[in-house]
Design a protein around this ligand. Structure first.
Ligand code: PGA
Length: 252
């Protein structure tokens, strides 16, 4: 059973920081963030900074996440990120299916294979789903979400203690400064939950739904109030320690 009181804040630094900047921000966060039993802060630096940032977080409550992995552990796959190595350098989480990766060619099948490999390496997958602006305008949001969740979770089996985090991130809202209305999000949470349960009883109680897209210190509480979800992914507003800490303070 999932602890529904636990909140997740996933900081997605994307490819927005230099190597030294990542190290400096990690150190500042470690100094300023004292940890909270009810909140899991997961920082996802770029792949090249994973190892250095992982070292910094070792003696801190902050968890490390990768922004992507490949679906094989080792082999002749130039340029890919090994899930086994991600785990080795301290990752406990990995983002898969982010719209920015999908835009560059990641398919639903890739997402599914990456989830399998993540779980095999004991990485908790944070699976992003969401519609484009065009799909939103054409009122296809529900169709897109059901299709993405169904394909992502096909034949996924979870061992005891494993879980999957599904992040609803409307593509057109990411980086826009304007989050979606929390009522819309609440409706999508129900659709995702229903779809995940339809796929198989094996997944019931083993997944969580979080929100991503222009989360800030003002709106963060809307996405968790009344327990509609258990957390958020934060992009732009995770690039400054003080802003991220305000979000962490406001999510309780
Ligand atoms: P944003 O990014 O907070 O800058 O909108 C979120 C994301 O892409 O995960």
């Amino acid at each position: 059973m999932i602890n529904k009181n636990k909140r997740y804040v996933i900081a997605n630094w994307k490819m927005k920081l230099g190597h030294q900047q990542s190290i400096d921000l990690a150190k500042e966060l470690k100094k300023k963030y004292k940890g909270d039993e009810e909140v899991e802060l997961v920082v996802c630096p770029s792949a090249s900074a994973l190892s250095a940032v992982g070292e910094i977080f070792k003696s801190s409550p902050i968890k490390l996440g990768a922004q992507d992995i490949f679906y094989h552990d080792f082999g002749a796959y130039t340029g890919q990120i090994s899930p086994a190595v991600a785990r080795e350098v301290g990752c406990e989480y990995v983002i898969v299916g982010h719209s920015e990766a999908r835009k560059l060619g990641e398919t639903d099948e890739d997402v599914n294979r990456k989830i399998v490999t993540a779980l095999k390496n004991n990485l908790t997958p944070i699976v992003c789903v969401g519609e484009t602006f065009r799909e939103y305008e054409e009122k296809k949001t529900e169709l897109v979400i059901v299709a993405q969740v169904t394909k992502a979770l096909e034949d996924i089996k979870l061992n005891d203690g494993q879980k999957i985090i599904i992040a609803y991130e409307p593509v057109w809202v990411i980086g826009s400064g304007q989050a979606v209305d929390h009522n819309i999000f609440q409706h999508i949470v129900q659709i995702i939950a229903h779809t995940a349960v339809e796929i198989g009883a094996a997944l019931a109680n083993k997944f969580e739904v979080i929100y991503g897209g222009s989360v800030d210190e003002e709106n963060v509480s809307e996405f968790i109030m009344g327990n509609i979800s258990t957390g958020v992914i934060v992009g732009n507003n995770s690039l400054e320690a003080d802003k991220l800490i305000k979000i962490l303070n406001n999510i309780r």
